[in-house]
Design a protein around this ligand. Sequence first.
Ligand SMILES: Cc1cc2nc3c(=O)[nH]c(=O)nc-3n(C[C@H](O)[C@H](O)[C@H](O)COP(=O)(O)OP(=O)(O)OC[C@H]3O[C@@H](n4cnc5c(N)ncnc54)[C@H](O)[C@@H]3O)c2cc1C
Length: 478
Amino acid sequence: MFDVIIAGGGPTGCMLAAELRLHGLQVLVLEKDAEPSKVVRGLGLHVRSVEVMDQRGMLERFLEHGKQHPFASFFAGITKPVPRLDTAHAYTLGIPQNVTDRLLAEYAVEVGAELRRGCELAGLSQDDDGVTAELVDGTQLHSRYLVGCDGGRSTVRKLLGVGFPGEPSTTETLLGEAAATASAEELAAATAEIRKTQLRFGFMPLADGGYRFVVPADGVAEDRAVPPTLDEVRQQLRAVAGTDFGVHSPRWLSRFGDATRLAERYRVGRVLLAGDAAHVHPPLGGQGLNLGVQDAFNLGWKLAAEIGGWAPGGLLDSYETERRPVAADVLNNTRAQSVLVSTEPGPQAVRRLLAELMDFEDVNRFLVEKITGIGIRYDFGEGPGLLGRRLRDVRLTQGRLYELTHHGRGLLLDQTGRLSVARWADRVDHVVDRSEELAESAVLLRPDGHVAWAGDDQQTLEQHLPRWFGTPDPARRP
Ligand SMILES: Cc1cc2nc3c(=O)[nH]c(=O)nc-3n(C[C@H](O)[C@H](O)[C@H](O)COP(=O)(O)OP(=O)(O)OC[C@H]3O[C@@H](n4cnc5c(N)ncnc54)[C@H](O)[C@@H]3O)c2cc1C
């Protein structure tokens, strides 16, 4: 019997597995592909995901394989100088998704999760005690909970009968990596010219001399899981650019649509959904992977608390109440961006107007914080400005805040030295230190780094602790 079975070993599934392992749970990740896919979808991590990696001590390995880019073209490709952001990581980390996927899978296994490749979940049933997962070969596996991180066509979501309302794809884009006989100058000039009227076209040079390209498809395929042929790609390049640039020797070819959908529920009993299994949207702004990784970061400690027996009532359901509105907001901004990249006169006029509005720093900041995920504020009720927001990394007299959060526990950062979380000591760490970058006397952080309380007196602290960390250990007296 596993504590948790995760269907899908993509970035969401592996991040969740690693989070659960921090709490010592027995975790099995089922991945249907026998080998990692060669297709490179996403190209980067935004600020909040970079912070998440830092919070768990994984950032060094990501920085080693990625490139720090100053922000650019973050909203519908409208480029503006970026305002100063409240983060220690004010950059986009350029890193191909296949590298992110690999690093997360390696990390999950390193911390003790079991990843079984070539195992496709095909059925599931649940009762009050647990879940039975059935694989395509008929093998049955048992766990206390199961999480569907199995992508936009999620089998788990379909088996649960959870609705996935929204808009179907109306356009499709071909994507791939290949060599070309045309010169780099010719490809750059064609890209610049065509993108004046068609933003779904482009050739991006890769470090090894090849190119990553995108070009609109002719219509919408019945089954987007079937990759395009090289002939189809050449034909579309000729249709859009008048030449196929001599593309040849593709490494991989793929296609993606622009469907926008949000799962009606994120939880049915002991089965939950996360990542693309719960939400899909066009890749504008590069947000999907980031959203999934942050779903996992929100869910992991809550599920661990539930299984560990100390979760206060409603904690596990707060995963949906916190994360579903965040996904709805991302769907909304990608819908808006889809309209803004249209070449029709109306959308172009709105785009010009928005570009002018973005000269106001507050507007610009609002949009950057949305795309990068650092503007998220969960609704924890009335309270100080930081309540419900993630706390950025701050320097302390001894080290820095994020170095103290690698174990995924709650944390009281106490600048007064007068407070105590002794009765929750099995779930919450207490650090007495000072930071010139933190105005609050003390902050209580959840394991995902969101501020659960800020203040300076023991009484209100003790009123807030049970909401996230349950009833105190009776063995520990006040
Ligand atoms: C062209 C393009 C560019 C993108 N660019 C960005 C970007 O720059 N930044 C960004 O944040 N996002 C980007 N995205 C979105 C990003 O790729 C996805 O949001 C992300 O991969 C979702 O991660 P996931 O783990 O939830 O799902 P997936 O990555 O889809 O992983 C799901 C996994 O589940 C497995 N699986 C499926 N069914 C089963 C089953 N029945 N049993 C077992 N395993 C199963 C699959 O094989 C897969 O490995 C882009 C997407 C596209 C198409």
